[in-house]
Ligand binder design. Structure first.
Ligand code: ADP
Ligand code: MG
Ligand code: MG
Length: 891
């Protein structure tokens, strides 16, 4: 196995092996762009290193060969005292994990080669010692776990002693002293001197990069982003170029489009006389990239030309890291850049307009999760709240919460159920847990490319950064004379960068207004709204899966229809039994005779009919699947404890409590140890005479009434919890009789009546899935109830397990995500496949759908598409998301 690739040997499609950074460095090298020479050690070497411990057979020899080739091409030897070659050792995994892993610059410097470096730079001692102190600092921190703040404090002390503010104001002698101080810190913590051997430095740095794959924060980030834990990182060894050689040098980052809005233009930050990390760390204030035109026009023009070339090549937004060494531009990194949800839509639509990508391709560039973000509410500014300050809108959204100043406090407050805004001067990877826990992030330093901004955008979390009027302390911040303490509430707008004191109310986003059809006309030509329109239209035309909604009321049905639902996949009838109808249900349950029961049913029937009529009207012309009553009846009764107390108290007082006593007896009688597996669904229908009949009659009558109005009702009666075909046959026989009777006496007759009622079943008991071939004999449709199918398939009680032990299962990797959130393809998914295939074998025209939470989950939608279902059904608000994913699944 080959472990090391020269940049010239790779390309952008080798991300698995070379990591994103390595693959793109190779791609740029082969495009003829100015990339310093170097080589990449593969992710598979890292996997081997982590699995086998330090020694990977053959790796060292391959590194020798590639290092020798690099030295030949550069005409210098690593760390040569007279004329040293220096390298950077850079991590780079398949998926970008900003700031999560390690990079060490200036490897190869020691007490001797620092002199050689100075001579190379024309006697620039300051530069050489600055590079050396950086090496000891980065190497100490990342390779040997020396606490980074000790170096920072030593640097701070040096500046104070000199009476200066910026590190560039330290001269060669100051830096020499600093190197001596750094070495002491290094020796104190490691128990040995800073290693002088260049090759040893390099090997230790490579091993440290390998190990950084398993650093706590990297592990946490991967879990959050659902990046597999076993990929490993590649290591890039790159010849150093220097941005810290003086004012004619510098380093910067750039985007080919605005990663926050998607607008094309020139976005980036540049810092003169600086090395790599300085830009993102917010150590000194960067200048906007545009200013580079005045500083170094030649490099600026070349950079712009390269950016255009990269966009044309990758057909996407690229982000770039570059360094200028004495007027010579070097490309140090590029990748298809992270972006906000809004930018993803806008960019995809723009690239279609520009003829760079097809509509199908555009669909692959956006996701349901991003659309969900665009549907988040915005601040309602109609009360004209005045901002206390303003920063850079780095990651959009409207977040309000109590201010906290540390990651730990954010985690603790969130655990108490509070919304918090994490306020920091700037964030670093150690703040990750707090960033995850917080509602939003606010920093006083750094721009769109700072750690806070990049990580927040990746997580879809609201972030305002670089609000530099803020003075952030330990437990309060001050801005324009105002003091905001831990626990005070602020609202931050990640789009405009505005920060408000107190809680600002929110309103629906433009995208929701667009779906609702009540978009402010002034916004109709907004790039984002047009982009959403373009992509949704294409998704609908590409999709094979239809999207229906779960709705129990006319209002929900109407909203879902506006959001693009093509029918109702699940109308639960039990919600119709609550509220002021509860006494009627109690009468039904307490009935002692047939007459009492029939009276109770007769009272419920017109109410149900009216509910159905309203829903059928809203969904006129579209299918409406009505599920007959499903939950155990005692859910409609008061709690056993409350009743027992009530009865006891009444007795004590010698009061009359006949009704309560009857109720108590009924509750006792109906008590179940495992209600989820008890008397519910079809079992209720078979045990309580007249219950299902009443519901079927209400459905049929509502349908007839709508047809008589000239409408086109399409009810589908769904029987829940069926496990055997005989259950369904019994219910079906009775239902068919009632339907025939209702339609027969209605005066409207035959096929022209416009009333056609299908009868089918949920597939939610594993036995139903396994005998689907038989069940299809009696069912015109199946709807997979994947919530119950998951409960019963795994034997998990949904209400109990999530809090009890799922965290442990997730930690152990038994599953990567809760099977209630995203369908378990291998197990529960297999049941769906079996039922689909065997059901269709019996009845080729069998309609197949899914109701249940999974219908709105992007991953699951793709699975249901693959299996070949006809539709998914989800809550009204998730309908657009499911539509988009159904389209994406089909391209
Ligand atoms: P990250 O993955 O955190 O962005 P990088 O490996 O890209 O880390 O390194 C961070 C920065 O260090 C780069 O953006 C670049 O400015 C600087 N850097 C890395 N390698 C070199 C090099 N060979 N010459 C000059 N600067 C470098
Ligand atoms: Mg980088
Ligand atoms: Mg169910």
């Amino acid at each position: 196995e080959k472990f090391v690739y020269d940049f010239a040997e790779g390309n952008k499609d080798l991300k698995d092996l070379l990591g994103g950074k390595g693959a793109n460095l190779a791609e740029m090298t082969n495009l003829g762009l100015p990339v310093p020479a170097g080589f990449t050690i593969t992710t598979s070497a890292c996997q081997r290193y982590l699995a086998e411990g330090s020694h990977v057979e053959g790796l060292s020899a391959e590194i020798d060969d590639h290092l020798a080739a690099l030295e030949t091409s550069m005409g210098r030897k690593l760390g040569d005292p007279a004329d040293p070659l220096l390298v950077s050792v850079r991590s780079g995994a398949k998926f970008s994990m900003p700031g999560m892993m390690e990079t060490v610059l200036n490897v190869g410097l020691n007490d001797e080669s620092v002199q050689g470096l100075s001579r190379q730079a024309g006697g620039n001692d300051r530069f050489a010692w600055d590079s050396y102190r950086r090496l000891i600092q980065m190497f100490g921190k990342t390779v040997c776990d020396v606490p980074g703040h000790e170096f920072e404090e030593a640097l701070h002390d040096a500046k104070v002693r000199k009476g200066v503010k910026d590190d560039v104001q330290l001269d060669a002698d100051d830096l020499k002293e600093l190197v001596a101080a750094y070495k002491k810190i290094f020796a104190k913590h490691t128990g040995h001197e800073f290693p002088q051997s260049p090759r040893e430095q390099m090997d230790l740095a490579i091993a440290a990069v390998f190990r950084s794959w398993n650093a706590d924060r990297a592990v946490l980030y991967r879990r959050q982003e659902r990046i597999p834990a076993d990929l490993g990182t590649a290591v890039n060894v790159v010849a150093m170029v220097f941005g810290n050689l003086g004012a004619d040098s510098g380093t910067g980052v750039a985007f080919t489009r605005d990663p926050a809005t998607g607008e094309s233009g020139i976005y980036g930050d540049y810092l003169q006389n600086a090395q790599g990390e300085d830009v993102v760390a917010g150590i000194r204030n960067t200048v906007p990239l545009q200013d580079l035109e005045k500083i170094d026009k030649k490099s600026y023009d070349e950079l712009l030309a390269i950016m255009a070339q990269l966009e044309g090549h990758y057909h996407d937004l690229c982000d770039i890291e570059f360094t200028i060494e004495r007027g010579k531009l070097w490309m140090l990194q590029t990748r298809v850049g992270k972006r906000t949800a809004a930018a993803a839509f806008t960019i995809a639509a723009q690239l279609v307009d520009e003829g760079m990508i097809s509509l199908d391709e555009a669909l692959t560039r956006v996701s349901g999760a991003q659309l969900a973000q665009l549907m988040f509410p915005r601040f309602d500014l109609s009360s004209h709240p005045s901002p206390i300050t303003r920063g850079v809108g780095a990651s959009p959204g409207a977040a309000a919460g109590e201010v906290v100043f540390s990651s730990a406090h954010a985690v603790a407050a969130a655990a108490e159920g509070k919304s918090v805004i994490l306020v920091r001067r700037e964030t670093n990877p150690d703040d990750l847990p707090g960033m995850i826990a917080a509602q939003g992030i606010l920093t006083s330093r750094g721009g769109k490319t700072s750690h806070a901004a990049v990580v927040a955008r990746g997580m879809g979390k609201t972030c305002v950064c670089g609000a530099d009027e803020m003075e952030v302390g330990r437990d309060q911040f001050t801005v324009n004379g105002q003091v905001v303490r831990e626990g005070d509430t602020v609202s931050i707008d990640g789009t405009t960068g505005r920060v408000y004191l107190g809680e600002v109310p929110v309103r629906p986003s433009e995208v929701v207004q667009y779906f609702e059809g009540d978009l402010d006309p002034a916004l109709a030509n907004e790039p984002l709204v047009s982009a959403v329109h373009l992509l949704m239209t294409h998704a609908d035309s590409a999709a094979r899966l239809a999207v229906r909604t779960n709705a129990d009321t006319g209002a929900d049905a109407a909203r879902a229809r506006r959001f693009g639902a093509r029918g109702i996949g699940l109308c639960r009838t039990e919600h119709m039994f609550l509220g002021d109808r509860r006494p009627l249900v109690e009468r039904l349950i307490l009935a002692r005779t047939d007459t009492e029961r029939n009276e109770a049913l007769a009272a419920l029937q017109p109410l149900q009919r009216a509910d159905f009529l309203q829903i059928f009207r809203e969904m006129n012309g579209l299918p409406v699947t009505v599920r007959l009553i499903d939950p155990p009846l005692h859910e409609f009764l008061p709690s056993l404890e409350d009743l027992a107390v009530q009865v006891a108290v009444a007795k004590e007082r010698g009061e009359e409590a006949e009704h309560d006593e009857r109720m108590l007896a009924a509750v006792r009688r109906m008590h179940e140890s495992n209600p989820m597996l008890g008397l519910r669904g079809v079992r209720l229908g078979l045990v309580i005479p007249g219950l299902f009949a009443m519901q079927v009659r209400a459905i049929a009558e509502a349908a007839v009434e709508l047809a008589a109005e000239g409408g086109h009702p399409r009810p589908e009666i769904m029987v829940p919890l069926v496990g055997a075909v005989q259950e369904l046959e019994t219910v079906r026989a009775e239902a068919e009789k009632i339907i025939a009777e209702v339609v027969g006496t209605s005066g409207i007759s035959g096929a022209s009546s416009g009333v056609e009622i299908l009868i089918g079943t949920m597939i939610e008991v594993p036995r139903a899935a396994l005998t689907a071939g038989q069940i299809a004999e009696a069912a015109e449709f199946f709807s997979f109830g994947t919530n119950d199918l998951t409960q019963m398939g795994w034997g998990f009680s949904r209400d109990d397990v999530e809090g009890a032990f799922f965290w442990r299962y997730l930690e152990l990797g038994i599953f990567g995500i809760s099977p209630f959130e995203s369908i378990d393809r291998d197990g529960v998914g297999r049941l769906v496949r079996i039922a689909t295939d065997e059901g269709r074998a019996t009845r080729p025209g069998l309609k197949l759908g899914v109701c249940g939470e999974h219908g709105g989950d992007p991953e699951s939608v793709h699975f249901f598409h693959e299996v070949g279902l006809d539709y998914v059904s989800c809550s009204p608000f998730r309908v657009p998301i499911a539509r988009l994913e159904a389209g994406r699944a089909a391209v």
